[in-house]
Each structure stands twice: as C-alpha cells, then as structure tokens.
Design a protein around this ligand. Structure first.
Ligand SMILES: O=c1ccn([C@H]2C[C@H](O)[C@@H](COP(=O)(O)OP(=O)(O)OP(=O)(O)O)O2)c(=O)[nH]1
Length: 179
C-alpha cells in the first residue's frame, strides 16, 4: 500500500519517517517532492564493474550546470530520507521527465532501515541545464508486508552511505580491484 500525503505527514510527525529538511508544501496526494542536491560527480570515462569508478566532483553553480547526453552523472538528493517502518521508492516526475532527465538508471528502491541522502544516477536525453535545489522527483512510501527487516541489520554495501557513492560491485567480483 502506498501512503497518502497526509499519511506521510502523520508518519513524519510521529518520527516514523525521516525527511530532512522537511517542507509540508512538498507533499502531494501520494508522494513527497524531493530536490536535487548541490554536487555532482561526473563519470565520463569507460566504466568497469570490477574497478572503483573514477569521477570528478563539482558543485552545481546557482546559475546552473548543463547535463550532456552520453555522460553518467552521480548526484545526491538534497534531503536525507528513510524509515524503519516503511520502504521507499524514489523516482523522477512528469516535469523532469519532460525535460528528458532520468534521475536514476534502474534503482528506485530504498530499504527499510536506511536513512540517507540518496545517490542519483542521472542521465540526459539532450543538453539540459539543472540547478541546485530544484525539484527533481517524487518519493513514495510503501507499507511493507511480512516479518520486520532492516537494511542496517544485514550489513549491506551502502549501509554507511553519506552522500554520492560510486558502485561497490567490485567488492563482489573475484579478482576485482579492492582499494
Ligand atoms: O538509486 C539509488 C538506489 C538506492 N539507493 C540506496 C537506497 C537503498 O536502501 C540502498 C541499496 O539499494 P539497492 O538494494 O538497490 O542496492 P544494491 O546495489 O543491491 O546493494 P546492496 O547489496 O547493498 O542492497 O541504496 C541510492 O542511494 N540510490
């Protein structure tokens, strides 16, 4: 089941949902409108799943930054979000979609027990200027079914994630590079 905007507000007030910073004006009937953070990591070389990704970090100027097609940008949400009670799905929205922006490549799920500023895997269909703090998509909260579970208890790859994180798949690939 998906939480309504009023249910997200009530769960936030009860401490069951973290959205930091929180602005009630960003609630919609079934979602919270999240924003793009201030930094991007530009990954413009070839990538190798068995090797840590090299990237260049930039601050997005107030005047904006033009995303280009064919480049992978790792971004970060302005908000730290999470919940021990609810799972999350982070996506773009109709408005960023109409600008030809993908806010992640194929990774919408936020596990219960994982309160973070999300890493975004951003792509652009054509050159498009983006701005720090702009509304970038919708975050929904889902009522899980089944026994209690938490990302923290499983010690998974991104447990200590504090912001933009490159892929850690190299840790799992035999013979892959380990830093
Ligand atoms: O685009 C995304 C998708 C997910 N996450 C966070 C939230 C989620 O709780 C965590 C793990 O996501 P997922 O399960 O998709 O990652 P994985 O690659 O399977 O790693 P793990 O084995 O640690 O689950 O990473 C992001 O920051 N950005």
């Amino acid at each position: 089941m998906i939480l309504t905007g009023p249910a997200i507000a009530a769960a936030h007030a009860a401490g069951e949902i973290t959205i930091d910073p929180y602005d009630p004006d960003r609630l919609s009937p079934n979602a919270y409108d999240w924003r793009l953070g201030n930094h991007l990591r530009i990954c413009d070389g070839d990538l190798d799943a068995a090797t840590p990704t090299s990237s260049t970090e930039i601050s997005i100027p107030r005047t904006g930054f033009v995303l280009k097609p064919g480049v992978l940008y790792l971004g970060v949400t302005h908000e730290k979000t999470g919940s021990e009670t609810y799972a999350q799905l982070l996506n773009g929205d109709r408005t960023t979609g109409a600008l030809g922006i993908w806010v992640h490549v194929s990774a919408p799920l936020g596990h219960q027990g994982h309160a973070i500023r999300w890493t975004l895997e951003i792509r652009a269909s054509q050159p498009v200027r983006v701005y720090p703090g702009m509304t970038f998509g919708k975050l929904v909260f889902l009522q899980p079914l089944g026994a209690a579970a938490s990302y923290q208890q499983h010690g998974l790859k991104y447990t200590a994630s504090q912001g933009i994180e490159t892929s850690r798949l190299y840790e799992e690939i035999p013979g892959g590079c380990r830093p």
